[in-house]
Design a protein around this ligand. Sequence first.
Ligand code: SF4
Ligand code: SF4
Length: 199
Amino acid sequence: MPARTVTVTRRPLTLIERLYVGELLRGILITSKIFWVNLWRHSLHRVGLGKGKPAMATILYPEVKRPLPDRYRTRHRLMKLEDGTERCVACMMCETVCPAYCIEIVAEERTDGYTEKRPRSFVIDLGKCIYCGNCVEVCPCDAIRMDTKILEVSAESRDSMVYRKEDLLNWEELPDGSVVDLSHRASLRKPDTEEAAAK
Ligand code: SF4
Ligand code: SF4
């Protein structure tokens, strides 16, 4: 089927619109109106009046955090076996499917009888990650999840955005199902690969 071209005619801006003064004033008026209406309603609520008309509430982040949906993708964690070691079998599927090329795995033979292979190092550069969730979807043994509800992944350098195996494994699940990050970025203090240790 031949492509159809639609020409959109745009209305030229008027002189007032081009000066932006009118739009600026309109913005100030809207913001002021919302501010005063909210202030009035919050004041009424404090004395027990006007409860039928809710005022806009602002979430006092970071003290108060917005509840996240169960399937919301947040910072990764590596799942563990009963003995606390990694469940990952170093199949490289997550590394292969990652569109941002931010996973790097070095595999080694596993000799404790659980599986044949394990990751000697497992690195995710969260500075590159786009939180697509492909790594979680593709994993054949549920070894990686993005359910920590940790959104605040900030750092002062690009290197600090690199999470290593010991960070990703260092978590604890509470009885209510929430995940606590215990790593405090341990890998920043202690290299987890022999190559890094040798440097
Ligand atoms: S969420 Fe997407 S971009 Fe991030 S590590 Fe997984 S596959 Fe790569
Ligand atoms: S996390 Fe899953 S997909 Fe990635 S290497 Fe380990 S087992 Fe394979």
